[in-house]
Ligand binder design. Structure first.
Ligand code: C5P
Length: 229
C-alpha cells in the first residue's frame, strides 16, 4: 500500500526579505547544517514511511532541487508550482498515477518534522480517517481583534495546524476536483472539509515549525546542533 507525499516547495519566500539566512535562493534550497530544507523534509518523510515523492517547485529551480535529492532510492517526480499553495498542491495531484491509498501533503518549509509524526499521520489514515492533521496547543495567550477593542479567546480550545497532513487518496483528489473558486485555503484538510470530510487530529511537534523568517533558521540550526531535532 504505497504512501505518496506531495512536498510543496514553490513559495516565493517573501517573508525572508533580503536576508541570507541559510544561504541564498529559494527557501527550500537554503540549508540547515549544510543540508537543504527540501532534503531534510524528504529524508524525514521517508523515515516515517513514505515511499513515493512528488516535489512541486518553480521550474527554474527544478534542476538544483533534483541534484539535492541525489542518492534517494525511491521514485521522485517533479512538477511546477502555481500562484497559490492550493494551486501547487493541485499540480502535484495531477501527476499522480492512479489513486494512491494514502497521500500526505507536506510543506518543504517544515524540515525538522519528526519521523514519528509522519508515521502517526499515516497510521491514522490507515486506521480509517480520511483527513488527518498534526496539531499542537498554543503557548501564548490569544485575543481576537474586533472593530472596537479585542476579547480574550480560550486558548485551551485552540490548536495550531501543521503538516504533513494525511488523506485517503480518493478523498483528497475528489476534494481538489470540486475546489470552490472563491475560497482561500491555507491548508489541505480545509479543502477536504469543504467537501464534507471530518478532520481527525493527531499530536504534532514543536519541531515541525514552519521556517518562515530569518531567525527561524537560527533556532532550527541550534536544535540540530544540539541533537534535539
Ligand atoms: O506561504 P506558506 O507559508 O503557506 O507556504 C507553505 C509551503 O507551501 C511552503 O513550503 C511553500 O514553498 C509552499 N508554496 C507553494 N506554492 C505557492 C505558495 C507556497 O508550493 N504558490
Amino acid at each position: 500500500e504505497p504512501v505518496v507525499a506531495i512536498v510543496v516547495a514553490a513559495g516565493s519566500g517573501v517573508r525572508l526579505g533580503n536576508s541570507s539566512a541559510g544561504g541564498h535562493g529559494p527557501k527550500a534550497l537554503r540549508k540547515l547544517s549544510g543540508v537543504p530544507l527540501l532534503r531534510h523534509s524528504i529524508d524525514r518523510l521517508i523515515a516515517g514511511g513514505v515511499d513515493r515523492v512528488v516535489v512541486v517547485s518553480r521550474p527554474e529551480f527544478r534542476k538544483q532541487m533534483r541534484a539535492t535529492l541525489a542518492g534517494i532510492d525511491l521514485p521522485i517526480t517533479f512538477t511546477d508550482g502555481g500562484a497559490t499553495r492550493t494551486d501547487s498542491v493541485r499540480n502535484g495531484l495531477r501527476v499522480l498515477e492512479g489513486v494512491p491509498p494514502v497521500i500526505l501533503v507536506h510543506d518543504a518549509a517544515r524540515p525538522l518534522v519528526p519521523a514519528e509524526v509522519v508515521s502517526r499521520v499515516i497510521a491514522a489514515v490507515r486506521g480509517g480517517s480520511s483527513t488527518v492533521i498534526p496539531v499542537i496547543s498554543l503557548i501564548d495567550s490569544v485575543r481576537a481583534v474586533e472593530p472596537h477593542g479585542s476579547r480574550v479567546v480560550d486558548r485551551s480550545g485552540l490548536r495550531a495546524v501543521q503538516t504533513p497532513q494525511g488523506f485517503d487518496g480518493a478523498t483528497l483528489i475528489d476534494a481538489y476536483d470540486h475546489l470552490p473558486a472563491d475560497t482561500l485555503f491555507t491548508d489541505d484538510a480545509s479543502v477536504c472539509e469543504a467537501q464534507g470530510s471530518e478532520v481527525a487530529l493527531v499530536e504534532g511537534s514543536v519541531l515541525s515549525m514552519k521556517i518562515t523568517r530569518p531567525h527561524d533558521f537560527l533556532f532550527a540550526e541550534a536544535l540540530l546542533q544540539a541533537g534535539l531535532a
